[in-house]
Write a protein of this length. Structure first.
Length: 328
């Protein structure tokens, strides 16, 4: 009866889901602690594309109006000539609520509930769309649970989930023209999620590998994203200061997808083949953890005349409670 009650609670939680998980970012957030606890997290991600290949030599991380709201921004919808301005950009912000609940000792249920703010500026035409996105549900099974008393600790988690088409994928502008696919809050499709996370740590040094795959469905506009993969590696070091534990890290991220297909035909310039590198810092204090990362693009395969990936910034705050846990 105890397990049945837990399953019932999780099932009710799954029924109330309505939002989004990043199409290319995967579900990883921070260096997960060894003990298995339920948690509630808030995650913010910011991804920016700025600077045209072969036209600007350096991309900006915060071009005007990409992150903050601009009080005045010129708009000229009659300008049809691409001027390859350094002020052009595409920015994607996600504010995401994450819930993790352990059904059994080795089985966890994860729910992702995001709000998206997508912006673009091209030839002085500014587009912005904010709304609830697509909800994601991911079930995780702990294949290897770490022995906290061992010198070398291993942790392996396999995840299987689904992304639901709960976000708006038919948002329009003031002239009733549908916004571009990349500006929509949702994709309008059911997608399958696969995730594998492995952590190994000896004494104070560790490595965390996270691989995510996403098989995308087709929406009613016959739009479909190609299968995407994100491979993440974090090299970290543990520093203990009284009750505070710090994990400074160097993080690598590789993203790949053939991009968008419409009626089974590839849309040029929508593919992703990108490697990002940068520092990270995770802080743990009692039941709270703060996770931060700032990654810059070090390699990207992008066609001439298209926007470059400048990088991404993310931070998260987590509160852990109860669950099947053992003290470290």
């Amino acid at each position: 009866m105890k397990h049945i009650n837990k399953l019932g609670i999780v099932f009710l939680m799954l029924l109330t889901v309505s939002s989004f998980s990043c199409d290319i970012c995967g579900s990883y957030m921070g260096i997960t602690p060894y003990n298995s606890k339920n948690s509630i997290s808030f995650l913010h991600r910011y991804r920016i594309f700025n600077g045209y290949k072969n036209y600007q030599t350096q991309s900006q991380f915060f071009p005007i109006a990409a992150y903050k709201i601009a009080h005045e921004l010129p708009i000229d919808s009659n300008n049809k000539i691409n001027n390859y301005s350094s002020k052009d950009f595409e920015s994607y912000k996600i504010f995401e609520l994450r819930l993790k609940y352990f059904i059994f000792k080795r089985v966890e249920a994860n729910i992702f509930l995001p709000v998206l703010n997508n912006k673009s500026k091209n030839n002085d035409v500014f587009v912005s769309n904010t709304g609830l996105g697509d909800a994601s549900i991911l079930m995780g099974y702990h294949i290897i649970k770490p022995n906290v008393d061992a010198k070398t600790k291993h942790k392996l988690v396999f995840g299987l989930g689904i992304k639901l088409p709960t976000g708006n994928h038919f948002a329009h502008d003031s002239q009733s023209n549908r916004l571009p696919f990349e500006m929509q809050a949702g994709t309008g499709s059911y997608d399958m999620l696969l995730n594998l996370n492995y952590l190994v740590m000896r004494k104070k040094v560790g490595v965390n590998f996270n691989c995510s795959f996403k098989k995308n469905g087709m929406n009613n506009y016959r739009e479909q994203l190609a299968t995407s993969t994100t491979n993440f590696v974090s090299f970290f070091y543990k520093i203990s200061i009284k009750k505070i534990v710090l994990y400074p890290s160097v993080q690598c991220n590789y993203e790949y997808s053939k991009g968008l297909f419409v009626s089974n035909k590839s849309v040029m310039g929508t593919g992703v083949n990108c490697f990002l590198l940068g520092p990270g810092l995770d802080l743990y204090y009692k039941n709270f953890s703060l996770n931060t990362a700032w990654q810059f693009t070090t390699y990207e395969n992008v066609d001439a005349g298209l926007l470059n990936s400048a990088g991404r910034l993310s931070f998260g705050l987590t509160y852990s409670f109860n669950g099947f846990s053992k003290k470290k």
